[in-house]
Design a protein around this ligand. Structure first.
Ligand SMILES: Cc1cc2nc3c(=O)[nH]c(=O)nc-3n(C[C@H](O)[C@H](O)[C@H](O)COP(=O)(O)OP(=O)(O)OC[C@H]3O[C@@H](n4cnc5c(N)ncnc54)[C@H](O)[C@@H]3O)c2cc1C
Length: 256
């Protein structure tokens, strides 16, 4: 059994949009998207139950290697980083294309995603990748069991849970409620340095220049601007009377 886990290297700290590129400034420090740690943890749990290889896959800059190494330190077996200047400026369409190509190469029985990336917050890449791979997809999964070539999951909904069965190979986006990710141990961190780590270009995974980066994207950011200010907003500094002031404000608006 092979499980591929898609992980993203995301900027740390306050987000800033670069006015020149009109994209998120990714030049500072970055870290493993914390939602993806849940996906890595789930893969490791399943690995503990059967003979399974866990490969972590990322599309990103060279420094995304740090996030992949963290996943290796947690216990993943192998890492694949697709890193190429030609991928800069990839929107969802171009990102899903490259990621799907990298995953095709792995032919995993199960592809795991986190629920969302903490920078883009799109919570949609897994659906686009599953569509490209022609595989069933279930999101918001809070419980996952594998059995005889199929899977059974609990999917969290607004009103409770759906129980869904699907054949493998499949794509699953786990909820952050599914588990508590482990911290890498010192032994894990040292061991991660010796684990197989492959860095691939777009050409290596069969993605043409016109299918990635700005050329392969369907989205164009035309302009950046401040959100409109809220004219009648009132700021309350808490000097001990904030609760009363909020109550008076709501009463004035006839909301209480
Ligand atoms: C015009 C435009 C230009 C852009 N340019 C860039 C750019 O230059 N560089 C850049 O990094 N982003 C860029 N982006 C953002 C990029 O397209 C999104 O990050 C990507 O489509 C995923 O969307 P998301 O971040 O909302 O992820 P979500 O849909 O919220 O992510 C869900 C899950 O998908 C997986 N995942 C997400 N991204 C990756 C990844 N890269 N590798 C592996 N797994 C992943 C994770 O498991 C994650 O939990 C650009 C977007 C636009 C619209």
């Amino acid at each position: 059994m092979k499980i591929a886990v898609c992980v993203k290297h995301v900027p740390e700290g306050q987000s800033r949009l670069d006015p020149a590129s009109k994209r998120l400034d990714r030049s500072g420090e970055g870290a493993l998207n914390h939602f993806d740690a849940n996906a890595v943890e789930e893969a490791l749990r399943l690995k503990g139950e059967s003979d399974t290889e866990v490969v972590v896959v990322s599309l990103g800059p060279a420094k995304a290697a740090d996030s992949l190494r963290k996943a290796l330190a947690m216990g993943a077996d192998r890492a694949v980083l697709v890193s190429d200047d030609g991928a800069v400026g990839s929107d969802l369409v171009a990102t899903s294309k490259a990621l799907a190509k990298a995953l095709e190469r792995e032919s995993a029985d199960l592809v795991l995603f986190g629920q969302q990336a903490s920078d883009g917050d799109g919570a949609v890449l897994w659906a686009a990748v599953a569509e490209r791979l022609h595989r069933p997809v279930v999101s918001q999964v809070t419980e996952l069991t594998l059995q005889d070539g199929s899977l059974r999951v609990k999917r969290q909904t607004e009103f409770g849970y759906d129980v869904i069965e699907a054949p493998l190979p499949a794509v699953i986006a786990v909820s952050d409620a599914i588990n508590e990710p482990r911290y890498p141990s010192l032994k894990g961190i040292m061991g991660a340095k010796k684990k197989p780590f492959e860095t691939l270009s777009l050409a290596d995974i069969g993605v043409d220049a016109g299918e990635a980066g700005e050329a392969g994207s369907k989205t164009e950011v035309l302009a950046l601007g401040e959100p409109p200010s809220r004219g009648d907003a009132r700021k309350i500094e808490d000097d001990g009377s904030a609760a009363q002031q909020i109550f008076d404000f709501l009463a004035e608006k006839r909301l209480v």
